[in-house]
Design a protein around this ligand. Structure first.
Ligand SMILES: Cc1cc2nc3c(=O)[nH]c(=O)nc-3n(C[C@H](O)[C@H](O)[C@H](O)COP(=O)(O)OP(=O)(O)OC[C@H]3O[C@@H](n4cnc5c(N)ncnc54)[C@H](O)[C@@H]3O)c2cc1C
Length: 158
């Protein structure tokens, strides 16, 4: 697999590097019944295409409960990019269900099925990975990222 390195002008040097990785979803705040039904063995919440809680085994769905970001069980590498994307999708559906009594956005299955990764790095750059190829500021993802902003969502409904 090819690896990506930042251009020389964006590289920095350091005397030491500390790794600070690790994350645990705080699912304990949920009622026991919800934990039992919707938290899986990876400590993630099962969701449907609209990001509503849904147990895939029993098909039980809680239409007024949404999960987004690291909490949601999706076949993607967890990143701020996906968290941003899911937050916008879930909030769009919350607003449309309140004002129009329908859900207007679903997860993009074509993206999910190919195990894409969207990583946002820094204030300006979008690093993405598609099937092993890492690209800096792919125009498609830069446009997508710009459109995630809440102003766009709210302008539709206000
Ligand atoms: C070391 C590290 C480096 C990373 N680097 C990158 C990167 O370069 N690019 C990238 O795209 N992604 C990166 N990620 C992943 C990215 O940080 C996460 O995917 C993203 O933050 C998920 O967003 P989230 O909103 O779902 O969860 P979080 O950002 O974890 O937000 C959850 C928030 O809920 C709060 N919370 C928890 N329980 C409660 C409660 N009971 N009441 C109130 N608040 C509560 C937490 O304190 C937290 O602030 C990195 C992750 C780590 C750990």
């Amino acid at each position: 697999m090819e690896t990506w390195s930042p251009p020389r002008e964006k590289q920095s040097s350091q005397d030491s590097t500390t790794g600070a990785i690790g994350h645990r979803n705080n699912t304990q705040i949920l009622l026991d019944e919800l934990q039992k039904k919707f938290v899986n063995h990876r400590n993630n919440l099962w969701v449907n295409d609209h990001l509503q809680l849904k147990n895939p085994q029993t098909n039980e769905t809680l239409p007024n409960f949404y999960a987004a970001g690291d909490l949601a069980e999706l076949p993607v590498i967890k990143s701020a990019g996906w968290a941003n994307f899911m937050g916008t999708l879930a909030s769009t559906n919350v607003i449309s269900s309140l004002f129009e009594d329908k859900l207007v956005q679903s997860l993009p299955q074509d993206l999910l099925s190919k195990n894409h990764m969207i990583v946002i790095a820094g204030d300006e750059d979008v690093i993405s990975e598609i099937n092993g190829e890492v690209v800096l500021n792919l125009p498609y993802y830069v446009d997508q990222y710009k459109s995630y902003c809440m102003e766009k969502v709210l302008s539709i409904y206000t």
